[in-house]
Design a protein around this ligand. Sequence first.
Ligand SMILES: *[C@@H]1O[C@H](CO)[C@@H](O)[C@H](O)[C@H]1NC(C)=O
Length: 628
Amino acid sequence: MAISNPRVTYIKWALLVLALFAHTCNGFYLPGSYMHTYSKAQEIITKVNSLTSIETELPFSYYSLPYCKPPDGIKKSAENLGELLMGDEIENSAYRFKMNVNETLYLCTTHPLTEHDVKLLKQRTRDLYQVNMILDNLPAMRYAYQNGVKIQWTGFPVGYTPPNSKDDYIINHLKFRVLIHEYEGSGVQIIGTGEEGPGVISEAEKKKASGFEIVGFEVYPCSVKYDPDTMKKKSMYQSIPAVNCPSELEKSQIIREQEKVSFTYEVEFVKSDIRWPSRWDAYLKMEGARVHWFSILNSLMVIFFLAGIVFVIFLRTVRRDLTRYEELDKESQAQMNEELSGWKLVVGDVFREPDSSKLLCVMVGDGVQITGMAVVTIIFAAFGFMSPASRGMLLTGMIILYLFLGIIAGYVAVRMWRTIKGTSKGGDQFPGLWHASFLECRLSYSYVPLTLLGGFLGTRAEAIQFPVRTNQIPREIPARKYPSWLLVLGAGTLPFGTLFIELFFILSSIWLGRFYYVFGFLLIVLLLLVIVCAEVSVVLTYMHLCVEDWRWWWKAFFASGSVSLYVFLYSINYLVFDLQSLSGPVSAILYLGYSLIMATAIMLSTGTIGFLMSFYFVHYLFSSVKID
Ligand SMILES: *[C@@H]1O[C@H](CO)[C@@H](O)[C@H](O)[C@H]1NC(C)=O
């Protein structure tokens, strides 16, 4: 009876948590996940995200600058948890369009710029701040030619500074080009088919559901000097004659005290063949997939190299086994003894409990949790379920998944611990188990009840039995010429070799706001990484056992986990050479903090993969080979 009480409590907890999540998920509607069709002249509202800069990592609110405000007030419209967490501040903007109506409109004129306004605008301009605009979930895209090469950005700058100039000019006229795809619902919208006969259907077919889908959003910014007095007489959204973007600076709007800045915009709708499902392709156009293929080729080479070594190990093991059963002459007997000086000698120690075994179990539990989250998220992303359209959804999904995977973390940690302890009976390990589960919770910061639930399931599961007994007295480990940790640290370079090219793109997407979209490639690289980690760890474990070093547990973990060291060093290198302009020590410390968290997660994940594979390998090695 005593055992059923906690079980009931956990089930209650689990139900509560499920209910909570169900509620949360309903609360956040998922943007970009469905198609919006607009009818002709239907109003379309644009949104603005925070002003961002690649020079400084600090985002600012759009309305911190003297821009025109929407007539019905500023409303926050972040759409999910992930967006909130990422600090995206999405608000409605004053720019609004009518579907498929080309027009040029006046927006507003500011008060005479004060000293403060001027300072702020100049500062933001010089820091290369970008305005990020969103229409129907699509970020505004800007095309330009630089040295004859067409390049694309998202967003447009706050202002610009001509070369060698003290003056700055504000972007106050925006020319939008909205790509639309005419939608003809071929009878999809017909209500009441079937019973009513064919006459009704043809009636309904006359009123074909038609409309427009937005499949592209481009912006061409410029700076135009207006006469503030004539502009001020106009009302908001009044039509004005077409505006020509000037190429001369005298006709551009300078940022200076007492200047009144008028804002205008122009929108044209262009029919396009792009269909709604592929509207993100333009954002995802890449300079060339070659570099990603190179990264995969690179990984494959490492994999084949390591696989060769693993193959040789197994070949030798098997061959040695076969020769055992033949009647051996003296010579080969001697040779066998020599060969036996390897891993078979540590048979009585190989499953001896490692130092800090509890920590190891907890780290493996965490590693499984993180790996699971990464794999599932990337698989989903690779198959397009989390398109970049749902900017925050990726993060929301990851967090929810991570919490749920706490069950597996708890289960793995507790089961592993029971296995290492070599006990499958007796109640005395229970306090320790709960301690392990709690430690797991504390370390992983995951949802406590879920992890405990997993831990509880772990206590129910069968502990893995070791194939050989452990001796009472530990065997002495022969002295080595060099510390084995050196080898373990060096081993991390191999998985890093498979990772570093993709790492550059991932870091750029996090820190420079570039789109990361090659999730398909990332998935392949991830799979290759898993294989390399497993191979590296197995090879190293075998090498250690061969020199009678039976303390393989932690070394197996760090043989692959040490890749994180290189990842961290790489992010420092990235900070120094690619993010040179990261402003100030605060940003740099923040960056290093994030990098450290990332490296730790990678360490837990890769270490766990290597460790579990080595565990399986050692278990297999000692159970398949008969030892007297
Ligand atoms: C709007 O302008 C674009 C580009 O000039 C043109 O292709 C399109 O037909 C115009 N649309 C309407 C409704 O006039």
